[in-house]
Design a protein around this ligand. Structure first.
Ligand code: HEM
Length: 250
């Protein structure tokens, strides 16, 4: 009888501790061993680590550019070099943000999903620097000079269209806007497909003759689009499930 009572006391005490720790985890927003199974905790930790790597990695091209500027390593045409550097970084970040969903479809890595927003915002930051370089360093903010430059280089118009479409996406990228816009948010953010296509046209149009680099980007973007196409997406998801069950059983 005493043993049963002691056991009951222990169970009640354990339940109390569990409830208290769950309440604490909700309040603090942190996960505890009790509230989360180890797998989900690992996933959250990986997501956190990936977010840090993304933030650090996104500043590296700017740091390199600043270092090259102060060490006079930008070559004979520094403005052109800055345009290339910021343009390429923006394109890479746009492609990476587009790759988030396909990576989740192919590998089932949900941890990458939170990276989409910072990748998109950093891409926007580099496009702003790219545009400022063009307007300020290249054309000294002289409007008539800028208009002449655009007439001479029509690929700039395509780049400008991509930039203008990025603006509403950057503004509405917050959770508040996501809630406010509801279903329309998803529709609006589908503009990212058009943006990447415009960015590729901008690049292909400006390179003259050597199409290897823009061709590589276009190939990657094509594959990423393909992975999002429903028949291909379903097949990839089926493969992913089969591989996971095989790994679990082995
Ligand atoms: C989403 C927007 C944009 C992206 C992703 C982008 C990307 C690029 C890329 C990848 C390059 C070539 C880099 C290289 O050859 O290594 C480039 C060059 C260039 N971009 Fe953009 N760009 C964008 C918007 C703009 C805008 C808004 C302007 C100006 C209004 C602009 C003006 C230029 C110019 C002048 C060049 C250099 C052309 C040359 O001298 O050969 N771009 N851009």
């Amino acid at each position: 009888m005493i043993q049963i009572m002691t056991q009951r006391k222990q169970t009640v005490a354990h339940k109390k501790v569990t409830k208290e720790s769950e309440a604490m985890s909700v309040m603090s927003g942190r996960d505890t061993a009790v509230s989360n199974p180890p797998k989900r905790r690992d996933r959250k930790q990986t997501a956190k680590l990936l977010t840090w790597v993304t933030h650090l990695g996104a500043w590296v091209p700017l740091a390199v550019l600043i270092a090259e500027y102060f060490t006079n390593n930008l070559g004979i045409d520094p403005v052109r070099e800055i345009l290339f550097h910021t343009g390429t970084t923006a394109l890479v970040l746009l492609v990476l943000s587009l790759a988030v969903t396909p990576v989740n479809i192919v590998f089932g890595w949900k941890q990458v999903i939170p990276l989409r927003r910072p990748l998109g915002l950093y891409a926007f930051m580099y496009v702003c620097l790219h545009l400022l370089t063009f307007l300020g360093l290249d054309y000294g903010f002289d409007l008539s000079f800028i208009v002449d430059g655009i007439v001479e280089q029509p690929f700039v118009l395509v780049g400008t269209a991509a930039f203008l479409l990025l603006v509403p996406l950057a503004i509405t990228s917050t959770k508040g806007w996501q809630k406010r816009l509801g279903k329309q948010w998803k529709t609006l953010h589908k503009l990212s497909y058009l943006i990447i296509v415009l960015a590729l046209i901008h690049f292909i149009w400006l390179v003259k003759n050597v199409y290897i680099e823009p061709g590589i980007y276009a190939g990657i973007v094509g594959l990423l689009f393909l992975a999002r196409w429903n028949p291909v997406k379903q097949k990839l998801l089926r493969w992913q499930r089969q591989i996971r069950t095989r790994l679990k059983n082995s």
